[in-house]
Design a protein around this ligand. Structure first.
Ligand code: F0G
Length: 454
């Protein structure tokens, strides 16, 4: 196959339209960079059919619940189970790995220490490739294949590439991954390799990779699967739908998500507004976004009025959200405004502590996900969240996504040689370093005895 731009398949319209989030321009098809033909801003998917015939709430919720007992591919997926709120596709065309259907856990120890009656965590790390990306990828990969693309591509801090590579392999497509060299975890890189992606480690950061991808898709017949692609966000909406279903359509007071490139907060915000407009819920939960202090573009943007992106030079050990110029910042600002949510930033020490506390619940998550618990503490402190309110943390990635971070933390090496070194000593009680011993019964009994006394 030659990479001449004339051989690029079109993205076909169906029951939905693309709407520009800035100028409102509507179109039946999207350009390959998924930007508005009139003003170049981002597109979102909208469903004109809902205006004529609104889906009825009650039959919908029963239908979605009943599908959990069925055995065909579309119903076994925790994304396509909600297909009435997704772009229509022939079921035989769906590319799925049985994503979604993730657990909603209680975090009793964290709740107790925060003086809250209960605290919930929706664990997106329990998806097939270990992150929330799978919920969006099943939809976007399906539409990539349906449009006839042979190649899909993304820029990534690791999870998107792992997910894209898996869904591309599943759907019989080839995948191109652009990741920042040295700034993604080996686990995530290994997934992309395992699933057969053509993987390029670029000497730049995530923002540099994404900028390059945006140029590439205009030059080669490659379908971009970053969250700029609005099909991704339609799939990620189901995180909120499933969460609301698990709460019997009684919305929580707060949903808290990490913020990186800001696709996920945008998707969840869109789902909440749509479910409210369709009458599935009566009031909107407040959606809050938490960032690492070293990658706090949205927090700064919001502080400065939310009209203009304040980009930053990102730096955080939570590499998944090491992003300085988030593509979907405008959608995220709209989600914060629509739901009345807040944006917070948290320090590296706060992230490490929160991650260890989620681990101690027997659940675990990757560092980027732990910002949600760290952010909740801040939101409680400033009175934005009340202890009696229902709060759901969205844990975006599995604990095994970044084992180096966890091992460095428990061995006391995470902050060695950094400005946080002395402050990190306060985290000592949360650390459980491995102990090297001679293979002797007495030696093991001694450490067991010491542990029992401590
Ligand atoms: N949590 C994890 C584990 C992530 O991998 C990401 C983003 C986020 C949170 C932030 O989500 O970008 O929608 O605001 N990871 C992307 C990637 C950027 O390439 O894997 P967001």
């Amino acid at each position: 196959m030659g990479f001449s731009s004339t051989s690029v398949p079109a993205v076909h319209p169906a029951d939905f339209q693309f709407r520009c989030i800035a100028c409102g321009h509507l179109s039946d098809s999207a350009s390959r960079d998924f930007r508005c033909a009139a003003c170049r801003d981002l597109l979102e998917i909208t469903y004109p059919a809902w205006k004529q015939r609104k889906p009825e709430p009650e039959p919908l919720t029963s239908l979605w619940r009943n599908r959990r007992t069925l055995m065909n591919d579309a119903d076994l997926s925790g994304v396509w189970r909600f297909r009435e709120l997704l772009p229509a596709v022939d079921e035989a065309q769906i590319v799925t790995l049985r994503e979604g259907n993730t657990p909603l856990y209680r975090l009793p120890r964290c709740a107790r220490s925060l003086g809250m009656p209960q605290l919930l965590a929706k664990h997106q790390g329990m998806n097939p490739t270990g992150s929330f990306k799978d919920t969006g990828m099943t939809v976007a990969a399906t539409f990539a294949r349906r449009a006839g693309f042979h190649w899909v591509a993304c820029a990534s801090t690791g999870n998107t590439s792992a997910s894209m590579a898996a869904y591309a392999a599943r759907g019989g497509m080839r995948s191109l991954v652009l990741v920042p060299e040295g700034k993604i975890s080996w686990s995530k890189l290994s997934q992309a390799l395992d699933y057969g992606a053509l993987t390029c480690q670029l000497r730049t950061d995530f923002d540099g990779c994404l900028g390059l991808l945006q140029q590439l898709v205009l030059r080669a017949p490659v379908y971009q699967l970053n969250s700029i692609n609005p099909f991704r966000l339609e799939g990620q909406k189901t995180i909120a739908l499933e969460l609301l279903e698990q709460l019997e359509w009684e919305p929580p007071n707060h949903i808290i998500v990490p913020g990186g490139n800001l696709g996920n907060s945008s998707a969840i915000g869109k789902a909440l507004v749509e479910t409210r407009d369709l009458g599935l819920i009566s009031q909107l939960p407040k959606l809050s976004v938490i960032q690492a202090a070293g990658a706090n573009a949205l927090a700064r943007t919001v502080r400065e009025g939310g009209k203009r992106l304040v980009a930053v030079q990102p730096d955080t050990r939570a590499t998944a959200i090491r992003i300085g110029s988030p593509a979907s910042w405008k959608k995220a600002v709209q989600a914060l405004e629509a739901t009345g949510g807040a944006c917070e930033e948290v320090s590296e020490i706060e992230i490490a502590q929160a991650k260890a506390e989620i681990g101690a619940e027997g659940i675990g998550c990757e560092p980027a996900s732990a910002v949600t618990l760290a952010g909740l503490k801040r939101l409680l402190k400033r009175g934005f969240v009340k202890p009696a309110e229902t709060v759901v943390l969205v844990l975006t990635g599995h604990s095994l996504k970044d084992p180096d971070y966890t091992i460095d933390f428990h061995r006391g090496e995470l902050f060695r040689g950094t400005a946080d070194e002395s402050a990190a000593t306060a985290l000592g009680p949360l650390r459980h370093p491995p102990i090297v011993l001679d293979a002797m019964l007495d030696a093991v009994l001694r450490v067991l005895d010491q542990a029992e006394k401590s």
